[in-house]
Design a protein around this ligand. Structure first.
Ligand code: ZN
Length: 183
């Protein structure tokens, strides 16, 4: 194994997901994946002795942001996390003033798994007007069972299956403005 490449961490403990779901207000694939992104990126800095001054960039704006804030300690409020409007579901985390950072992005497999649930939800929204109460209850139960199985997998699959990690050069245009940071 190449010791210069970022090394993936194991899955986060369940309590972190519970905390994110409470804060986020619902359980969903993207908030779950936000935890995976942030936890994996943060672990890489902890294994290097930790860093009090981390800055983060994530794009696009999705439910993942809550999971990222809770696991990285960077936040929009503190000015240490900037959220972009377009991108490939990639979190960049780096030390203040460093020229390189870690980029953790969602794998095609992770995006496909999240997309499956979105399609199922949208299909139910479309079918809803034509369903009687019992049918609707049955379909909603089915969707919840699907979500339970999906979230379990998104919480526990190996990082290698869900995430892509690489070292990147910091793009000063995207990075949080340093003078505004209190990290
Ligand atoms: Zn959500």
């Amino acid at each position: 194994m190449n010791s210069d490449s970022p090394q993936a961490a194991g899955p986060p403990p369940f309590e972190i997901f519970e905390a994110v779901y409470r804060r986020h207000g619902h359980r969903c694939p993207m908030s779950t994946l936000g935890v995976r992104l942030g936890y994996a990126a943060r672990q890489l800095f902890q294994s290097q002795g930790g860093s009090p001054g981390l800055l983060a960039f994530f794009s696009p704006r999705t439910c993942a942001v809550d999971g990222i804030e809770l696991t990285t300690g960077c936040s929009r409020e503190a000015g240490t996390l900037v959220v972009g409007s377009a991108g490939h579901h990639a979190l960049t985390l780096g030390e203040k003033d460093a020229e390189t950072a870690i980029e953790v992005s969602l794998s095609a497999k992770a995006l496909a798994m999240a997309g499956e649930y979105r399609q199922l939800s949208q299909a139910l929204v479309q079918a809803r007007p034509g369903l009687c109460e019992d049918e609707l209850a049955a379909r909603e139960k089915e969707r919840e069972a699907f979500l339970d199985r999906l979230l379990e997998r998104l919480r526990t699959l190996d990082d290698e299956e869900l995430l892509n990690l690489k070292d990147v050069q910091v793009d000063p245009a995207l990075w949080p403005p340093r003078e505004d940071c209190h990290a």
